[in-house]
Design a protein around this ligand. Structure first.
Ligand SMILES: Cc1ncc(COP(=O)(O)O)c(C=O)c1O
Length: 391
């Protein structure tokens, strides 16, 4: 097989003239830290997701930390999280001194296993102060069931929507569901600010608390410092807040990306559909769930499963690397990470532990072409047929 000359990373950001113009505008305006572009980005994001408030932060991780802090979660509390996620979802629970209760995930969607949630509620009842479902790869969890359980037991739902900027559920964008949702604008996400995050909520009080906690603990009026209105110079914190704001330079990128959303989601979905088509006759590969009765999205990552258990997935990745293809894992279960394994050694989650051996994330981003996808699929076939089987 002819090896491509340049390396194909998992994803690269799609930055064009629109992004460059917005960033230049920010540079020339003199507002490079938090200022009018951050406010505009928040407004446009909230409007896109049909939600009352959006509070921009430095990342989705800091958004999640602010959100659990705003919910008042602390030592002695329990929070239910899926094990198949980026470490942040559980780390922020540890950081506030609470205990993460790890659930398993469904083998097909990799979304949180609802039965495990019910089981934990049966066991720990009022000690559970939040549930953090992850919309894995943008595929929305069954939010009606989470709303029901939230109403029944009075447990807030904080969605980790890091992958779900483009996702909707029963015709509504996901940002308006639950108590809050947190999104990521990391360099390889569906839209990017380089790094960045946002919290969405319809709850006025939570919105105000998130804003205060995310910026030095300063109350609402002190934000007037950053507008044309004149605020009091006697700015005082009301809680020991963090400094987790987004900057105008980052928001400039985000604004341009958000306005290109139709183009970006179409390109992404065209490539995913092409991947699915090319993989159709390859029985050893399971492609990601792409459509459900009630959710629409553009996969943030393209995760296949190598069903043949004779195949060593790590070797598969190494062979793809030799063919100049980057791949990754979404995700190695959090409860199997060194820190969590030591602290919670008895956690056993069979689906996640099976997936851990079988998943493989292939390159996907809006900068790639159909030829890139063909090269990846041909390489997967090649590795499977000739390299692994001959070994
Ligand atoms: C599911 C999930 N949650 C949270 C995060 C953290 O996002 P950020 O890098 O913006 O902090 C990520 C990052 O990839 C993620 O995949």
């Amino acid at each position: 097989m002819k090896i491509r000359e340049n390396f194909l990373p998992l994803a690269v950001p799609d930055i064009g003239d629109a992004e460059k113009a917005e960033v230049l505008d920010s540079l020339e305006s003199g507002w490079i830290s938090v200022g009018p572009k951050v406010r505009k980005f928040e407004e446009e994001f909230a409007a896109y997701h049909g939600v009352k408030h959006a509070i921009a932060t430095s990342s989705c991780t800091t958004a999640l930390l602010v959100a659990v802090t705003a919910l008042g979660i602390g030592p002695g509390d329990y929070v239910i999280v899926p094990t198949v996620t980026w470490q942040s979802t559980a780390n922020i629970v540890e950081q506030v001194g609470a205990v993460p209760l790890f659930t398993d995930v469904e083998k097909d969607t990799q979304n949180m296993k609802f039965e495990d949630v019910e089981d934990y509620i049966g066991r720990y009842g009022e000690k559970i102060k939040a549930i953090i479902p992850v919309h894995m790869s943008g595929l929305p969890v069954d939010m009606d069931r989470f709303s029901e359980i939230s109403d029944k037991h009075g447990i807030p739902i904080l969605y980790d929507a890091a992958h779900a900027v483009f996702s909707s559920y029963k015709g509504k964008m996901v940002g308006g569901f639950g108590q809050m949702s947190c999104f990521s604008f990391y360099a390889t996400k569906n839209i990017t600010c380089g790094d960045g995050g946002i919290i969405t909520t319809n709850d006025d009080d939570l919105a105000e608390r998130c804003r205060v906690w995310s910026y030095h603990g300063l109350p609402k009026d002190s934000w007037k410092r950053y507008s044309e209105e004149s605020g009091s110079p006697h700015v005082q914190c009301v809680v020991p807040g963090y400094k987790f704001n987004l900057t105008d330079l980052q928001a400039a990128l985000g604004l341009a990306q958000l306005r290109r959303r139709d183009e970006l989601i179409k390109k992404r979905n065209d490539l995913i559909i092409y991947y699915n088509e090319l993989f159709e006759n390859l029985d050893c590969i399971e492609t990601p769930v792409f459509e459900t009765a009630h959710g629409k999205w553009g996969n943030h990552v393209y995760v296949i499963k190598i069903l043949d258990e004779q195949i060593d997935r790590d070797r598969f990745m190494q062979e793809l690397r030799k063919l100049n293809i980057g791949s990754n894992l979404h995700f190695y279960p959090v409860h199997k990470n060194i820190y969590y394994k030591r602290k919670y050694p008895d956690v056993v989650l069979p689906n996640a532990e099976w997936l851990m051996q079988r998943i493989l994330t292939l390159p996907l981003c809006t900068k790639y072409s159909r030829q890139d996808v063909e090269y990846v699929v041909n390489s997967v076939r090649y590795v499977y047929d000739y390299v692994i089987n001959e070994a």
